[in-house]
Write a protein of this length. Structure first.
Length: 160
């Protein structure tokens, strides 16, 4: 099956509706009006910082317990946790969340919302490629060896 079909089946079985409704409710408690339509690119999202934190905590839990087929082996839960922490620390630009929020406002499908989540995560928490963890052939073995030699004379060669 294609990833699209797998994802569709997954979201039928495990919808995002509770997470999305919770986010919308929290936004309304913060007097953030979603009925005005999509947000401008420079919208101020400070008033919904807490609902955004909650959204990403919920998405992290979702990713841990309901792995989306297209996101398997992508460490989505870890990367979502990192985004949630960055939100808490205020070390991420809130405007980067606007496409995701616009998807939620426009009642996009779960697949479309998840695609926006994935795009946001890929932008701010890219996957580490396996090559970055493998020493290159030119670098050789990176282990350190302790070398000792008798302390006699000025020019002694050390044995390893």
């Amino acid at each position: 099956m294609s990833k699209f079909i797998d994802n569709t089946a997954h979201f039928i079985e495990n919808p995002l509706s509770k997470i999305i409704l919770s986010f919308k409710r929290l936004c309304s408690f913060c007097n953030f009006d979603m009925s005005q339509g999509t947000l401008a690119e420079d919208a101020d999202l400070q008033s919904i910082l807490e609902p955004l934190e909650n959204l990403f905590t919920s998405l992290t839990f979702y990713a841990q317990n309901n792995a989306v087929p297209s996101s398997i082996n992508e460490d989505m839960d870890i990367r979502l946790t990192s985004i949630a922490q960055r939100l808490t620390l205020r070390s991420i630009q809130l405007t980067s969340f606007i496409p995701l929020i616009n998807s939620i406002i426009s009642n996009a499908t779960d697949i479309e919302v998840w695609n926006d989540v994935t795009e946001l995560v890929d932008t701010h928490e890219p996957m580490q490629s396996p090559e970055t963890n493998v020493p290159s052939a030119k670098q050789g073995d990176a282990r350190h060896r302790r070398c000792t030699a008798p302390y006699e004379g000025a020019d002694q060669i050390m044995d390893t």
